[in-house]
Write a protein that binds this ligand. Structure first.
Ligand code: FES
Length: 101
């Protein structure tokens, strides 16, 4: 069985940047699509997840807080930005990122 190697899946980056996911601040690689950044954080779960990676399934949808309110985006089609704030996630991503209570 092949394991997923982050060097093979991430775009080149020089540093980690801060984003906020549902009130938790995390560090992710700049210059990458948001779904890749989520994979960086949860490698096994995202790698094994049922994602199309090409904008068709919407299972990667997240809601980003903008100056004009929440905006839904597909994380496989959205580049990460420093200070990005994610307020909500799809059910698929919530299942992966939910914290045990
Ligand atoms: S992973 Fe399917 S639309 Fe993004």
């Amino acid at each position: 069985m092949n394991s997923t190697n982050l060097d093979d899946i991430l775009e080149p980056f020089d540093r980690l940047i801060q984003i906020n996911i549902q009130d938790e601040t995390v560090l992710v690689p700049e210059n990458n699509y948001l779904l890749r950044c989520l994979q960086f954080l949860k490698l096994e779960a995202i790698s094994m997840g049922d994602f199309c990676w090409n904008g068709n399934c919407a299972k990667c949808q997240v809601w980003v807080i903008t100056d004009n309110g929440e905006k839904p985006v597909l994380s496989c089609r959205t580049k990460v930005q420093e200070g990005m704030r994610i307020s909500r996630m799809s059910d698929t991503l919530t299942t992966i990122f939910v914290k045990p209570t």
